[in-house]
Design a protein around this ligand. Structure first.
Ligand SMILES: Cc1cn([C@H]2C[C@H](O)[C@@H](COP(=O)(O)O)O2)c(=O)[nH]c1=O
Ligand SMILES: [Mg+2]
Length: 186
């Protein structure tokens, strides 16, 4: 069983790190609260006049490297590996890739160890990556190929419009994955 884990929003807490940085930089401008987020791309939830400020935060040197882990994520990865599952981290670099490519590797090394960096797959098209399950917070993942993996949504306010889908968190993952593993034909 090959499990692909997205990094931003699944292992690394992109959203809350953004909010913390925004409040520090712009204490006079209210951000969009996490539970009020509607679009996957946070820029779409901000007025045009604030988008440059928002983009400057998540493209800044160190932002990706210093993202806090999503609570429970690191422990879950370790448990999945201990269960003998083949776990890969499948992430898309920002279009503004200048800092995030190296910093995604540094983040993994810091939280999971140097060997775990061998598990990182960076691509702008996740449909090209083989796997049995993809755990990702992004709704509607499309690309050039017909994906082999089953997409399990990592629950977030901006993907709750996707109804009738399995939704995983690092609090319920054992139940959700047991179901997916049980129904998997591999
Ligand atoms: C802008 C933005 C980005 N991310 C994360 C999601 C991916 O891991 C990368 C690249 O995103 P892109 O949409 O493929 O350029 O950054 C995110 O989680 N939220 C955002 O608003
Ligand atoms: Mg993500």
């Amino acid at each position: 069983m090959l499990i692909l884990l997205d990094q931003d929003g699944v292992l690394a807490d992109f959203e809350h790190a953004f909010l913390d940085a925004w409040r520090a930089r712009h204490p006079d401008i209210a951000p969009v609260e996490y539970e009020d987020r509607k679009s996957f791309h946070l820029l779409e939830d901000y007025p045009e006049a604030l988008r440059a400020k928002a983009e400057a935060i998540y493209t800044a040197p160190g932002f990706i490297r210093t993202l806090p882990p999503v609570p429970g994520a690191i422990e879950a990865v370790r448990e999945l590996l201990a269960l003998g599952l083949d776990v890969r981290i499948c992430s898309s670099p920002l279009r503004q890739y200048d800092h995030c490519v190296l910093e995604k590797y540094q983040w993994i090394e810091h939280h999971l160890g140097r060997d775990a960096t061998e598990r990182l797959i960076l691509t702008r098209d996740k449909t090209l990556v083989q796997g049995d399950l993809l755990i990702d917070d992004r709704p509607g993942i499309t690309g050039a190929a017909r994906p082999r993996w089953q997409h399990i949504l990592y629950d977030a306010p901006y993907n709750r419009q996707e109804t009738g889908r399995q939704r995983l968190t690092w609090q319920n993952w054992r139940n959700v994955l047991a179901g997916a593993l049980y129904h998997s034909d591999t």
